[in-house]
Design a protein around this ligand. Sequence first.
Ligand SMILES: Cc1ncc(C[n+]2csc(CCOP(=O)(O)OP(=O)(O)O)c2C)c(N)n1
Length: 273
Amino acid sequence: MALSTSDLKKLSWQLRADLLDMVYQNDGHLGGPLSSLDILNTIYFSDIFKFSKKSPKPTDDNFILSAGHLATALYVVLAHKLYFDKKKLATFSHFKSILEGHVSTTVPGVSYSSGSLGQGLSFAAGLALGNLLDKKNKFTLCLTSDGEHQEGQTWEAAMFASKYKLKNLINIVDHNKYQIDGSLEDIMPLDDLAQKYISFGWTVKEVDGHDYKKLLKIFQISKLSNYPTCIIAHTTFAKGVSFAHFDYKYHDLKNLDPTLYQLAKNEISKHLN
Ligand SMILES: Cc1ncc(C[n+]2csc(CCOP(=O)(O)OP(=O)(O)O)c2C)c(N)n1
């Protein structure tokens, strides 16, 4: 059964709690995974797209995580989807664990390994074209980070998707405005990202990437487009851990000392009952 908006919100705090523990106890990234979590939650736990419970099926829609370092977010979502035992989250990034530090096809439900940024939209576009040619009634969703839009290959994929009118392709950009070494504005601004996608022939929608009601609506509308759709989701870096909001130092684990971990845990716990 699909979750309601309030159920999705409730679940998002449990996902954040699990993500924080997994990263603190092991390794991994924080800022981007926390900013993209509500998007992933909506994709997998609303009934707008088809992602089977317990184990993925060939008839399911496709999901491609292009920004492989957001693996921590996808793994907690897939664990809650019951694609693998939640206990495995404690093995994240361990030698021989299926849960590698960057997203990997060793994990049930993952069909694309990534970590080298900027390539996932190309893979997703190829998959979408294949589905169109095979007359498969499937959507291909791709989650890209804003930092990946500084890489040329992303724009080659955008051209390709437009040429082949991939109406079954939806690229969601986690636009948190930060990357590994600072803000996008300081390092390499994207300027008017929406206009860029429009000029490449895409349908473009912008949304608050933490507003479940709006996310549900925008995903529903995107399924009706005759062109590839780019959803620019404006998100808050490290959403849910307020001391880390807008602070690129929390891109990954390295600045999260025990005191800060406890602070973050307390803040997230307030939303759990
Ligand atoms: C091709 C490539 N270049 C560099 C890196 C190193 N790297 C890892 S994460 C990252 C930041 C990318 O920005 P974004 O994904 O927007 O970061 P976030 O929002 O997660 O902080 C970089 C440069 C990489 N993984 N792949």
